[in-house]
Design a protein around this ligand. Structure first.
Ligand SMILES: NC(=O)C1=CN([C@@H]2O[C@H](COP(=O)(O)OP(=O)(O)OC[C@H]3O[C@@H](n4cnc5c(N)ncnc54)[C@H](O)[C@@H]3O)[C@@H](O)[C@H]2O)[C@@H](O)CC1
Ligand SMILES: [K+]
Length: 525
């Protein structure tokens, strides 16, 4: 599991070392790691020989890291320039940079555009303007420089610790920000690098250990991200004595006469994700299509019989199907069953949901959901609000509804009502396609049914990852988001990174589950 922290958590871990006079050593480790990463990136691009580097240096320690790294690169023979964004910068680092033969330019209001053009011609730019000590974003000349440079499109940008202007703890972004190809972060992952919109600016994130790691609050990170190994540990497997009922039966209320595709995709994805059986509830025309794609499913026109979990909502439209969805929600409530509540059914929530209800809104749906809650207050929450502060709002929704909330996006966040949040980002932009969310609902439903009470006895797997059993539903949802993202990436890779349909995502799900499980089994002792 990857743990990510707020800027404050990182500073707290550093403090004892700073108090014992080791601040300079930490900075040297950070700078060396940053310089090594720059060299690796240039090598990959076959640009190392005779390369030119410009460091954009701010007044704090982030600028100090950047200047020391550029000094190291100058000593390695690179043509190195420092653009100083403040009157005073880290004095020792600047002295080291000058001593290594680096050229120093001062940024002012009159030369921001000119320096942007200079930077755009460099082989690599190190963005060391602001780090974890930033309050708000870039202003004045640095803001002008970055806006102009972003427009010009630099060749290679390596961000020092975080892209400048990004809030390390929340992922909120104060524009303008220079998009990084790689962010080299020190001591621990910053939560803002693993949640949007910050993650969208950070490029690939590399962690450099600087010696503070053991002091980080590993049990209480701001964000958690499951790795392939964690997925392998959590994915359910059938045993020799399993039968279809013991492997989870999922009820699906999805689709409608108008949106039958949502039902087709949701049911098919659930079947492919390994559930014991799917019972479909919906109008006959949709059911015909569902059964023709997934003959393994059962169509329940009346009482759905026993199920261990529900998916309610994808493509649900019209009074009749909404009525069925409402009835399923009542049955689930009465029998304390887990439910995946998607799309059309988000309007059917009771005042307080249990944590084994998993809501799966996108940003617009989350804004409407929050607005509909009496506890939200006067000011309306908009889609843009959710997009700029997804971590804040997903946590708020889980706390206010009592449910587990999965907020769909390029990075998908899952908040447990306890406050813990998972972040998964394995997909490809091609997955922003119609029906992709219906496939996710199906995969999640299948995993929820397999994790339901009386089916699974796997508290040990959660405890092994340091998770409270109460947060298992958030973990299950994070597994589903990850499997879905990986399936999209695998399916796109199969056509050389080309476009995808939702059906192609679903078709890749068994292979993803298979390879994650097999990889895990190979590595356990
Ligand atoms: N604390 C430590 O032990 C270590 C810190 N490291 C580096 O130090 C960074 C944190 O250093 P700092 O706390 O000095 O913080 P920053 O380097 O982020 O800079 C903060 C400085 O910039 C000013 N500032 C804040 N917001 C601003 C804005 N919007 N526009 C212009 N100026 C602004 C502040 O007054 C302060 O002087 C980390 O990101 C990391 O790069 C590393 O060297 C590793 C060790
Ligand atoms: K930075």
């Amino acid at each position: 599991m990857i743990s990510a922290f707020t800027g404050q958590q990182i500073r707290d871990a550093e403090q004892p070392l700073l108090d014992s006079g080791e601040g300079a050593v930490l900075m040297q480790r950070a700078a060396y790691g940053l310089a090594q990463a720059v060299i690796r990136e240039l090598k990959k691009k076959r640009r190392l020989a005779g390369a030119s580097v410009t460091v954009l240096a701010g007044k704090g320690n982030n600028g100090g890291d950047g200047l020391y790294a550029a000094a190291y690169l100058a000593r390695r023979g690179m043509r190195s320039t420092a653009v100083l964004a403040a009157d005073s910068v880290h004095a020792e680092a600047l002295a080291a940079f000058r001593a290594a033969g680096g050229r120093v330019l001062q940024l002012g209001t009159s030369n921001a555009e000119e320096l942007a053009v200079l930077c755009a011609g460099e082989d690599v730019i190190i963005d060391a303007l602001l780090g974890t000590g930033a309050r708000g974003g870039l202003r004045d000349a640095p803001a002008e420089l970055i806006a102009a440079l972003q427009e010009l499109g630099p060749r290679l940008v390596v961000a020092c610790d975080v892209p400048s202007g990004l809030d390390a703890g929340t992922g909120e972004v104060h524009w303008p920000v220079l998009d990084a190809d790689v962010t080299v972060t020190f001591g621990g992952f910053k939560a803002g690098l693993l949640t949007d919109p910050g993650e969208g600016c950070a490029g690939r994130v590399e962690l450099v250990r600087i010696g503070i790691e053991s002091a980080l609050p590993e049990q209480a990170p701001e964000l958690r991200r499951l790795t392939g190994r964690d997925l392998g540990a959590l994915l359910p497997r059938p045993g020799r004595r399993s039968h279809k009922y013991s492997r989870g039966v999922l009820g699906v209320v999805a689709g409608s006469s108008r949106f039958s595709g949502a039902a087709v995709l949701g049911v098919h994805a659930a079947a492919l994700a390994g559930v014991g059986m799917v019972r479909y509830i919906g109008p006959e025309p949709a059911a015909r299509m569902v059964l023709s794609r997934t003959p393994e499913a059962l169509w329940e026109s009346g009482d759905p019989g026993r199920v261990q979990a529900w998916v309610v909502g994808p493509g649900v439209d019209g009074e009749e199907q909404l009525g069925r969805a409402g009835a399923a929600v009542e049955v689930a409530l009465g029998n304390d069953l887990p439910v995946v509540v998607d799309a059309g059914a988000l309007s059917l929530l009771p005042e307080r949901c249990p944590p084994h209800w998993i809501l799966t809104p996108h940003a617009g749906e989350l804004a409407s959901l929050l607005d509909s809650l009496p506890s939200t207050g006067e000011v309306a929450v908009t889609r843009a609000d959710v997009e700029s502060r997804p971590l804040h709002f997903v946590r708020q929704a889980a706390q206010q509804t009592g449910a587990t909330v999965l907020l769909k996006g390029a990075t998908t966040l899952v908040a447990s009502p306890s406050g813990i949040v998972f972040s998964q980002s394995e997909g490809t932009p091609w997955m922003a396609t119609a029906g992709s969310g219906d496939v996710l609902a199906g995969v999640l439903g299948a995993l929820v049914a397999q994790a339901a009470d009386g089916i699974a006895d796997d508290d040990a797997a959660y405890a092994g990852l340091g998770l409270d059993p109460a947060d298992r539903w958030a973990a299950v949802a994070a597994v589903a988001a990850s499997v879905h993202g990986r399936a999209g990436t695998v399916a796109s890779a199969a056509c050389d990174g080309g476009p995808l349909t939702a059906s192609a995502i679903a078709a890749a799900v068994p292979g993803v589950i298979g390879s994650l499980s097999a990889e895990y089994d190979r590595t356990i002792p």
